[in-house]
Design a binder for this molecule. Structure first.
Ligand SMILES: [Zn+2]
Length: 346
C-alpha cells in the first residue's frame, strides 16, 4: 500500500519517465500501437494535390443537386506551381507557416473557391454528406516523426477539442480504421495545412515542426486546433460574405499571387448563425500574405478588435463545431456544451 502511495505520488510529482513500461503503453494507446503504425501514403497525397485527381473530384461535386458547379479546379496551385518569385517571397519573408504552403487560402488543401458558396457555419452536410465524420468520430494518428514534446502539444489540441464538443477523437487502430486523420510533418508542401472535412481513407493534416527559424506550427496547441477545425469542416472567418462590415481588406498590400486567399462569398449562398467573430482562431491576422511588415492586409473596422489569435478556440468557434456535429441535440447536451464553450472558449 505504501509502495502504491509512493508510486502515485511520484507520478503526480514528476510525471512518468519517458521510457517506463507504463509510459510506453500510454504512448502506444495514444498513437495507435506499435503494430498499427500508418505510413504516409505519398502517392495518394501527391495525387490529391495534383490537377488530375482534382478534376475527377470536380466531376463528382458537379453532379450534386442544387446546381452545377463550374470550376476548373478545386485546389489552388501548390507552392511549387507558383511563379518562383511568389513562392520565394513567401518562404524567405517573415510570413507565418500557416500561409506558406500556397494552397487554397494558404492552409486549405483540396477545396475550391466555388465550394465556399455552399457553406453556412461550415460545410453544408446536405450538399457534402461524405465530408462529415461519421458518428462525430475522428480516428487519428500522430506521426512518430514528432518529438514527445511536439506530440504533447498536438495531443493537447486534440483533447481540448474533444472536451469542448461531442466530437470524439479516437486513436487509429490499424487496418480496422478506414477513414482517419494522419498528423504528419509533410515537407512538400511544408507548413500548417489541412483538407476541409473528411476526405475518406488516410487524410493528411500537416504540422511543420519547429526549426531554428521558429516554432512553425507547434508553438502551442492553437495552430493544431486551427487545422483540425478545417478537417472538421470549418472555413476561415474572414471569408464570410459580411466581412467587409468588420474588416477592411487592403488588396494593394497583399502579395498579388495570393489575393485569392481573401475571397469572400455571396450572401445568396451563405448564412451565418453567429455574429462576426474577430476572436476566432479561424480568422487571419493583420499581415497574412502581406508584401511587407508595414503593409497590413486586413484591418479590423472596430478600433479595439484584435484578429489572428492562435491561443485557443473562441467561444463562438466552440459553438460552431458543436452545431456542425449536432452536439446540441438535447436540452441537456445543449446546456452542457454551451457551458463548456462559455467557460473555456477565449
Ligand atoms: Zn486555415
Amino acid at each position: 500500500m505504501l509502495l502504491l502511495l509512493f508510486l502515485v505520488t511520484a507520478y503526480y510529482c514528476h510525471g512518468l519517465p519517458v521510457n517506463s513500461p507504463i509510459a510506453q503503453s500510454v504512448e502506444n494507446h495514444i498513437s495507435g500501437g506499435v503494430s498499427g503504425k500508418p505510413n504516409l501514403d505519398e502517392d495518394k497525397l501527391n495525387k490529391l494535390l495534383s490537377d488530375q485527381e482534382i478534376s475527377s473530384n470536380v466531376d463528382f461535386l458537379s453532379n450534386r443537386p442544387g446546381g452545377k458547379l463550374e470550376f476548373p479546379m478545386f485546389l489552388r496551385k501548390s507552392v511549387e506551381d507558383y511563379e518562383k518569385d511568389a513562392a520565394v517571397v513567401l518562404q524567405q519573408s517573415f510570413q507565418d507557416a500557416e500561409v506558406t504552403p500556397g494552397l487554397f487560402q494558404g492552409d486549405i488543401a483540396g477545396f475550391s473557391p466555388e465550394a465556399y458558396r455552399l457553406w453556412r457555419v461550415g460545410l453544408r452536410w446536405d450538399v457534402f454528406p461524405e465530408r462529415k465524420w461519421d458518428n462525430a468520430t475522428v480516428p487519428y494518428y500522430i506521426s512518430d516523426k514528432y518529438s514527445p514534446t511536439e506530440k504533447q502539444i498536438i495531443q493537447t489540441a486534440v483533447h481540448t477539442l474533444g472536451l469542448l464538443t461531442c466530437v470524439k477523437f479516437v486513436p487509429y487502430e490499424g487496418n480496422k480504421t478506414t477513414d482517419y486523420l494522419l498528423i504528419w510533418p509533410v515537407t512538400r508542401p511544408a507548413g500548417c495545412w489541412s483538407f476541409i472535412g473528411r476526405l475518406g481513407g488516410q487524410q493528411v493534416l500537416s504540422l511543420q515542426q519547429p526549426d531554428k527559424t521558429g516554432p512553425k506550427c507547434l508553438g502551442g496547441p492553437g495552430k493544431p486546433m486551427h487545422e483540425i477545425m478545417h478537417a472538421l469542416g470549418i472555413f476561415h472567418e474572414q471569408s464570410r460574405a459580411d466581412r467587409d462590415a468588420f474588416v477592411k481588406f487592403n488588396e494593394e498590400n497583399a502579395i498579388q499571387a495570393f489575393v485569392h486567399n481573401f475571397d469572400k462569398q455571396s450572401l445568396e449562398n451563405t448564412t451565418y448563425q453567429y455574429e462576426y467573430d474577430y476572436n476566432s482562431i479561424m480568422h487571419y491576422g493583420t499581415h497574412f500574405f502581406s508584401s511587407s511588415r508595414d503593409k497590413p492586409t486586413l484591418v479590423p473596422i472596430q478600433k479595439r478588435a484584435k484578429i489572428g489569435q492562435r491561443d485557443g478556440i473562441s467561444r463562438l468557434d466552440c459553438y460552431k463545431i458543436n452545431v456542425l456535429y449536432n452536439c446540441f441535440d438535447t436540452p441537456q447536451n445543449k446546456a452542457k456544451y454551451e457551458a463548456f464553450c462559455d467557460i473555456l472558449g477565449i
